[in-house]
Design a protein around this ligand. Sequence first.
Ligand code: G3P
Ligand code: CA
Length: 300
Amino acid sequence: MNSKTVIAHRGASGYLPEHTIASKIMAHAMNVDFIEQDLVLSKDDVPIVIHDIYLDDVTDVAKKFKDRKRVDGRYYVIDFTLDELKTLIVTERFNPKTGKQVYSNRFPIWKGNFKLHSLQEEIELIQSLNKTTGKNIGIYPEIKNPAFHNNEGKDISTIVLKILSENGYKTKKDRCILQCFDTRELERIRKELQSNLTLVQLIESVEETKQFKHFANYADGVGPWYKLMLSEIVDEKFTFTSLVNDAHKLGLVVHPYTFRADQLAEFDSFEQMMQVILIEGKADGGFTDFPDLMVNFLKH
Ligand code: G3P
Ligand code: CA
């Protein structure tokens, strides 16, 4: 295995609808190090693998349960039981207002027969594939919006930690990295809930890059938006902020998000993005929708 960590972002989501079982199987076959699970609770307290607290930008909920939207017009995972969620068809991400697919060159919208699934089901899939292939691919769950869950009277972190522990993910030696954007919640997971798992603090603002000393009190790494690593581009050369050095000095690993071959922004190619972020920028790995491209880049 190479020394940079390849994390399949929502599975092999550049090729199959995000967070479907199919996208997780494809990512597993691509020899990644970790496969990501974003987690939201159902009405009956089951952690569901889905990116948002909403259902209407990746499923047919608006058609099947027309009357179950809230006053804001959105359909919430937390308003449906697991059995109800299982009746929905999952599709490639789209804008619920226009019906238009977000990434136009990805898996065609409304094709196939994909379903939602629970964290437990995904763990069983990955552990079983590890057994049949002899691999040891890890899981990289994210607690989504703990404040929203708290307002709904639910403690998502306690529920998720219990499932992880029951499935053998308890310490830093186990192949599980737990992530969250909410700084207070990740600190609570370490200090109050006493988790011994590897923890990664997700960050999205420059402000948060000044708080690494505090994060190092409870986290083992940071997961920044990759642009926070970049300072400027002069004569086609990239210069970097002190983010990676600051993190490394405190013993924090750096796993930036998200590397997308169909959203290159300031880069000419996916390979250039990898060269800049992983090699010149010295990130320790990262989240990608195109795991095969990252694995291939790291082979050379
Ligand atoms: O968790 C890392 C990365 O996935 C963060 O962004 O919005 O895709 O969950 P998001
Ligand atoms: Ca995530």
